[in-house]
Design a protein around this ligand. Sequence first.
Ligand code: 5GP
Length: 172
Amino acid sequence: MRVSERPLISAAAVAARVEALGCEMAGDYAGKRPLLLAVLRGASLFVADLARALPIELELDFIQARSYAGTRSTGSVALSRAEDLEVTGRHVIVVEDIVDTGRTAAALLERLHGLSPASLALCALLDKPSRRVVEVHPNYTGFSIDDHFVVGYGLDCDGLHRNLPAIHVMEA
Ligand code: 5GP
């Protein structure tokens, strides 16, 4: 497998879309002091730019979600430091790198919902709707893409390529 030479989504297009998402979210959350809850590690670069594109008061926290292998039907997801999260009564925006089958996001949203936030939204940089197994509809989406395995801008392949400034496809 190798990284496509030409990006699927250029760094400039990513930057412009993140700015636009920031404007839209700032309008929706003005005065609400939302909690951006970014899912490690893939959303780390995205949330760093998104937070700076939001000209409103907000808080930023991180969570790690690991899908256990062999739990295909339920999408059982282990959350690190879920017990430390102070989301009750907060306007929570989960920031994900990519929604693929939807299992991770669905499980995460269900767990967070159980902690009684004031509101709960999902913002995904990338969405692969054709791969969906569990129904999940991000409230904010950067880009909808076809069924490719992508890397860059925080997304990895075996730990590599997170630092690429654009989104690339892994090619055979
Ligand atoms: P889901 O639970 O929606 O199937 O998958 C969620 C996780 O799978 C994402 O947060 C991401 O870590 C990983 N994933 C899914 N598709 C891709 C992809 O195209 N590239 C990379 N790097 N990770 C992906």
